[in-house]
Design a protein around this ligand. Structure first.
Ligand code: NAD
Length: 382
């Protein structure tokens, strides 16, 4: 398949691009380095420097023989979108190109406006480009489990059958996010659902939980092919942050009571889920939704896992409950369904002691690069 990856420089976009080429697909990547720019603007940087997208594609071509064309530009700009779609007519599209950090979206008015404008404009431009250039392509869109929030009933896979006054109807499962970023993801889903009904688009929306890890089969022989690894409060995800905290002797910062429970997955499983969705496309006029995670953990459980493995490696890990900057339930019911991707053939990589000790050992080898002032600045949510 000819697959266009929007956001191909990102934490997930770059590993996905390499992975799909090893499975025999033709891939092109698009990015405007928004993530790199926003990190610079809030003065945080990943654990190690990452080559730019052209350099990564050259490295990958030298390693694998697969050439990945690169388009650098802003997908909120229609002229650029037209240039990309006429230059690489895709058969499928993976849409990662969004401002993905909840804490960033809650920093201030400017960050909120950027998140709203960027995320909704890219999704809308994608829809219009598909309609104009390739109306039959399959769009695989990254949503988030955060769209559902933490309701006091089981979370279904995208849809809910409602019985009301003796009649039945199937609706999108009710969504109630706890950040502006997550709210833009809800709006994305609504936009896609509207145009699936109106223009018969074919869409898979992957409601993904927080991803951890950085190793994939494609990165094994060359560290320069690794994705970003942020450990700050704005762009770092919780497990990656705990690993860095453990290595530096900083107490693991559990927000509030720590009962916040979410569905997590290894970055290797993200690649499999996206590939399985691409290789088993939705029908025309279908919005197919999968809940994309493999295990649920509370923040306390994650912290205890990192502590146990860290201590077995001689680290002496401490856990501290700190003030929660987020408005969220700290103890709640959580029981989401996630069978769709398993039925397509997903074989999960669970969060084992081995996985954690490999991450800790890698971060320990890069300890000299960790900026202690990035670990916990008590960033407030506006
Ligand atoms: N990483 C996770 O744990 C996670 C969890 C759930 C959902 N997601 C979703 O997955 C997607 C990818 O996440 P990620 O962690 O790889 O984020 P990321 O920021 O590393 O990747 C997104 C990429 O898109 C690019 N981009 C953003 N706006 C763009 C624009 N206007 N034009 C061109 N390029 C643009 C960014 O520069 C970046 O390289 C996001 O949509 C995110 O909401 C991620």
């Amino acid at each position: 398949m000819r697959i266009l990856i929007l956001g191909g420089d990102g934490y997930l976009g770059w590993p996905t691009a390499m992975h799909l080429t090893t499975k025999g697909h033709d891939v092109a990547v698009v990015d405007n380095y928004l993530r790199r720019r926003l990190c610079r603007e809030v003065s945080v940087e990943p654990l190690f420097e990452v080559p730019d997208l052209h350099q990564r594609c050259t490295l990958w071509e030298n390693t694998s023989g697969s050439r990945i064309p690169v388009f650098i530009g802003d997908l909120t700009k229609w002229e650029f979108v037209e240039e990309v779609f006429s230059g690489f007519l895709p058969e499928a599209i993976v849409h990662y190109a969004e401002q993905p950090a909840a804490p960033y979206s809650m920093l201030n008015r400017q960050a909120a406006a950027l998140t709203l404008h960027n995320n909704l404009s890219v999704t809308a431009n994608l829809i219009f480009a598909v309609r104009k250039f390739c109306p039959r392509v399959h769009i695989v869109k990254l949503g988030t489990m955060g769209e559902y929030g933490t309701p006091n009933i089981d979370i279904e896979e995208g849809w809910l059958e409602v019985e009301h006054k003796g009649r039945h109807h199937k609706f999108l499962y009710p969504r109630q996010a706890s950040s502006l970023y997550h709210t833009t993801k809800i709006m994305d889903t609504d936009l896609l659902w509207f145009y699936v009904r109106t223009w018969d688009l074919r869409v898979t929306d992957l409601m993904q939980g927080p991803v951890y890890g950085l190793f994939t089969d494609e990165t094994d022989n060359d560290d320069r092919l690794l994705p970003f690894f942020n450990y700050d409060e704005i762009f770092g995800t919780v497990l990656n942050r705990f690993v860095v905290q453990a290595v530096t002797g900083h107490p693991l910062t559990v927000y509030g009571k720590g009962g916040q429970t979410r569905g997590y997955l290894n970055i290797r499983d993200t690649l499999s889920c996206v590939r399985l969705s691409l290789e088993n496309p939705a029908e025309r006029g279908e919005l197919r939704i999968f809940n994309q995670f493999t295990e649920t953990f509370s923040v306390n459980e994650l912290a205890k896992k990192v502590q146990a493995v860290g201590n077995s490696m001689g680290l002496g890990v401490k856990i501290e409950h700190v003030e929660n900057p987020r408005i969220e339930a700290e103890q709640h019911y959580y029981n989401p369904t996630h069978t769709g991707l398993l039925e397509l053939g997903l074989e999960p990589h669970h969060l084992t002691e081995d996985t954690l000790s490999r991450m800790i050992a890698f971060v320990r080898a890069h300890k000299g690069k960790i900026k202690n002032d990035q670990i916990y600045r008590k960033v407030k949510w506006a």
